[in-house]
Design a protein around this ligand. Structure first.
Ligand SMILES: Nc1ncnc2c1ncn2[C@@H]1O[C@H](COP(=O)(O)OP(=O)(O)OP(=O)(O)O)[C@@H](O)[C@H]1O
Length: 303
């Protein structure tokens, strides 16, 4: 339903997205997970037609976004990172505006408005001006506007950034609901927990490139059932030989990261290899998307 083939986008000499290929099937949530600046919005904007790719192909429901834009966009909904709603209109008026822009009218538009308001939990505030909404409520309305016309493919660009837990829950359940009705969803986020909850398959993106992709289970298996251990302290005088029997990912004067199977049982042996007072803090993370990202890049997802 959503397909990119070797999509690249450059700004002058700077390559913001490079060789991005994936497909999202109906009823599937595909996640693009990566830190700020990784290239997620660039990819989404090329798919929605807001940006023209420098190279590669994008299609929606079999129609090329470049050469058959009108047909491609008929099946597409976009929830942009920047809000696309009017503050000086009510929630209802915003929906009415967007509904008409999508060609809906009369009874059909009324029914859809009431369905989406209920899906995002805004029925009781629909008659209020958007300027009186909380940030999370605005994000929910932004989402509602994008799904009014029942798109078969939906692009969500970090829809939960800065929202309160209640709004986040409304948004995540609305995505789950769309998935169950067969919508193909592309979901970008830098929140690992959201990717783990929602996504059937994922691509991890960093510096404009996909560095790993697959189902959650496939991605976890990259970690080889190993835990990620982070030590903080003073390691400026410590030889890397101390951990030569482990896979060290990052070694700095004040922190060390390495992988170990069953880290908890090895911890006292590991700590005994360091001098008194050298290790000030210890953290053990089981295999998850965050630890995989650190393994692949040496950096944290939220950098
Ligand atoms: N118009 C532009 N001109 C030059 N560089 C740009 C432009 N738009 C984006 N970039 C750069 O491209 C890179 C990717 O940006 P993009 O917005 O796609 O990242 P992102 O993963 O969506 O992160 P964020 O969540 O912070 O938006 C960044 O380094 C950004 O500064």
């Amino acid at each position: 339903m959503i397909k990119t083939e070797q999509l690249s986008k450059s700004y002058g000499q700077f390559v913001a997205a490079e060789d991005i290929s994936f497909e999202v099937q109906p009823g599937e949530v595909f996640g693009l997970l990566g830190p700020n600046g990784a290239g997620k919005s660039t990819t989404i904007n090329c798919i929605s037609g807001l940006l023209k790719p420098s190279l590669g192909e994008v299609s929606i429901n079999g129609y090329s976004v470049l050469s058959e834009a009108v047909k491609a966009k008929q099946s597409l909904g976009l929830v942009p990172q920047d809000l696309a709603i009017y503050e000086d209109l009510t929630g209802q008026e915003n929906l009415n505006f967007w509904g008409q822009a999508y060609g809906l009218s009369g009874r059909q538009l009324k029914d859809r408005m009431s369905t989406v308001l209920q899906q995002v939990g805004l029925e009781s505030r629909a008659a209020d001006l958007v300027s009186t909404y909380s940030g999370g409520m605005k994000r929910r309305l932004n989402f509602a506007c994008a799904i009014l016309h029942e798109p078969r493919a939906l692009l969500l660009d970090e829809p939960t950034v800065g929202v309160d837990p209640q709004s986040r829950e409304h948004l995540l359940s609305a995505v789950e609901n769309l998935k169950s009705t067969g919508t193909a969803v592309l979901y970008t986020t830098h929140y690992m927990e959201e990717a783990e909850r929602l996504c059937d398959r994922l691509a991890i993106i960093d510096h404009g490139k996909i560095i790993a992709s697959g189902t959650l289970a496939e991605l976890r298996s990259h970690m080889g059932e190993k835990d990620l251990i982070t030590l903080q302290g003073d390691f400026s005088q410590v030889s890397e030989q101390v951990l030569s029997d482990f896979e060290v990912i990052e070694w700095q004067d004040d922190s060390i990261r390495f992988m170990a199977a069953d880290a908890a049982s090895l911890l006292s042996d590991i700590l005994s290899r360091f001098g008194k007072g050298q290790v000030k803090q210890t953290a053990v993370q089981q295999a998850n998307l965050e630890s995989l990202f650190i393994k692949l890049t040496g950096r944290e997802l939220r950098d």
